[in-house]
Design a protein around this ligand. Structure first.
Ligand SMILES: [Zn+2]
Length: 174
């Protein structure tokens, strides 16, 4: 959350709102759950929930777009990151709100054709403050470098040929 606040401040976001969802659980935290083909980090229908909150906020402020940072790697694993899901969701959200129909609400996914390696390269080329990005699935003060999020981050930075300012190796140098 500290990283999200810092990134939003740097991007001069008008209002940065946090939504708390304490009852959402990952597959690994659901006793006896079986989600074939999905990783333990899967949260059942998370994007239906997240984008519904986004759409509610969009209607509230009269916004015409919701943007998500999903990449092509995620779309290969999770059904609720794919084009079919978002096409249907956009229609469903518009059908439930005169305000969103009037604004022709769009769900934008500018990174949808890029894999994580390409996203890291793009971020580096744009001067994104990568030291403020967060990938760890745990809630420590620093990245654990052992969870799937950290492993994926390490792999993407390595393949992109971009030095990760947060990696333990980088921190030893500075
Ligand atoms: Zn981690």
């Amino acid at each position: 959350m500290d990283c999200a606040r810092a990134l939003a401040a740097g991007a001069r976001v008008h209002e940065h709102r946090f939504v708390r969802l304490p009852d959402l659980r990952e597959a690994s935290d659901i006793p006896g759950a079986a989600f074939p083909g999905l990783p333990p980090t899967y949260i059942p229908l998370r994007n239906a929930i997240f984008y519904s909150f986004g759409a509610s906020y969009a209607e509230e402020i009269g916004a015409s777009a919701i943007a998500g940072g999903h990449n092509s790697d995620d779309a290969g694993v999770f059904e609720d990151v794919g084009p079919r899901f978002f096409s249907h969701l956009q229609k469903a959200l518009r059908s439930g709100s005169a305000g969103l129909r009037k604004s022709s609400l769009q769900i934008l996914r500018p990174l949808k054709r890029m894999n994580k390696v390409s996203v890291v390269r793009l971020a580096s080329s744009l001067g994104v403050p990568l030291e403020l990005t967060w990938s760890c699935h745990r809630d420590g003060r620093t990245h654990c470098w052992r969870c799937p999020g950290c492993a994926s981050r390490s792999h993407a930075f390595s393949e992109a040929g971009v030095e990760d300012p947060l990696s333990p190796a980088s921190r030893k140098i500075t």
